[in-house]
Design a protein around this ligand. Structure first.
Ligand SMILES: *Cc1c(COP(=O)(O)O)cnc(C)c1O
Length: 389
């Protein structure tokens, strides 16, 4: 666990992204936080040390990352993990057997799989509802509900959860409100401001932004939760290595720049796709045609580079994803390079078919992660892949 210091709260986002959590290294004054590739730390005497005893418990490179992301989310405490799913694992360990969780139904496929195939076996119960339907969330709460878990926008349906309203439901139920903010990033949306108790990230995606590491992160402003999460982080031990922390820290420095570009290109491509006859529907919260566009404008400062499109024909969707040349066919998202995916057979294959269909996640749905390449090249690539020949 790392608590941010006052100096980490410089006023503006891009300045925080570059500086929060980092101080010149004391030995040589290195401007960049070193990779402290060590498992242990020498002690000056019994019980006398510099605050570091063993690297599962704390590591200076990891702490710099934890402070940096906590400061970006406007939170006080950060906890880094070896993956986004390890961060989820730690969050769920705040609960006990018999507790009930209300979760958005269209959460990341791996999050759904962890809940239903691992935690349900160990005595937790889950109800999955449309997180965009606040009344359905409220109706699913029982006296045993200890956590409301939301993703917004969701992957890949781009459905939004009303953060303020859902936070209020959780508060009244005495349940924790946990928000996976991987898609929007703190640059566009800061759930702690809307009553979330904990924000979760797969740093693998936009925060690192360069598709070269796997990691997760939790942020909270509550001291009581921070103490328990620190115990779980150390006690369960799914911590990231210092090199991966260093990569994510380096990536986060350019988050503001990258997100501006993802957003500008995302808006332009989403609008343009809407004019293509082969594209039956565009799912993008920045479009006025999105059913929750007003909510998007209320709780988000931008809409980013994630777009899903309904092509209405599964065979054509397969053909399309295999024909793009710049958009690489791959799982994952949020990197500088553009990716294209087929959620039904890739990221969401572990979600039961009838649940996929209920959400509109059809076999003809294609997901785009718009990178920071020249937008004209990206549009030309999609244009040639949409051609009928
Ligand atoms: C990728 C992802 C995760 C899981 O993170 P990993 O780092 O792959 O374990 C969780 N939530 C969302 C929204 C994701 O996109």
């Amino acid at each position: 666990m790392t608590r941010i210091s006052d100096g980490d709260l410089t006023p503006r986002f891009a300045t925080r992204a570059v500086h929060a959590g980092q101080v010149p290294e004391p030995l040589a004054g290195a401007v960049m936080t070193p990779i402290y590739q060590t498992s242990t730390y020498v002690q000056q005497g019994l019980g006398k040390h510099k605050g570091y005893e063993y690297a599962r418990t704390s590591n200076p490179t990891r702490q710099a990352l934890e402070r940096n992301i906590a400061a970006l989310e406007g939170g006080l405490h950060g906890f880094a993990f070896s993956s986004g799913l390890a961060a989820l694992d730690a969050v769920i360990k705040l609960l006990s057997a018999g507790d009930h969780v209300v979760s958005g139904e269209n959460v990341y496929g791996g999050s759904h799989r962890q809940m239903t195939h691992i935690w349900a076996r160990l005595g937790l119960t889950f109800t999955f509802v449309d997180g965009g339907d606040t009344a359905a969330v409220a109706a699913a709460v029982t006296p045993k509900t200890k956590m409301i878990y939301a993703e917004t926008p969701t992957n890949p349906m781009m459905r939004l959860c009303d953060l303020a309203a859902t936070g209020e439901i959780a508060r009244q139920a005495g349940a924790l409100f946990v928000v996976d903010n991987t898609f929007a990033t703190p640059f566009f949306q800061q759930p702690l401001q809307y009553g979330a108790d904990i924000v979760l990230h797969s740093t693998t995606k936009y925060l690192n932004g360069h598709s070269d590491m796997i990691g997760g992160l939790l942020v909270t402003s509550r001291d009581d939760l921070a103490e328990r999460l620190a115990f779980i982080q150390n006690g369960s031990g799914a911590v990231p290595g210092p090199f991966d922390c260093w990569l994510a820290l380096r990536g986060a420095k350019t988050l503001a720049l990258r997100m501006r570009q993802h957003d500008a290109s995302g808006r332009r491509i989403a609008e343009w796709l809407g004019t293509k006859p082969r594209v039956k529907r565009v799912y993008y919260p920045g479009l006025p045609s999105h059913p929750q566009h007003d909510l998007a404008r209320r709780q988000m400062k931008g809409f980013g580079g994630m777009i899903s499109i309904e092509l209405g024909d599964a065979a054509f969707a397969r053909h399309f994803v295999e024909r793009t040349k710049i958009f690489a066919l791959a799982e994952s998202l949020g990197g500088v390079e553009s990716l294209i995916g087929h959620p039904a057979s890739m990221t969401h294959a572990s979600v039961p078919r009838e649940m996929r269909e209920r959400m509109g996640l059809t076999d003809s749905l294609v997901r785009l992660s718009v990178g920071i390449e020249d937008v004209e090249d990206l549009m030309a690539d999609l244009e040639q892949a949409l051609a009928d020949d």
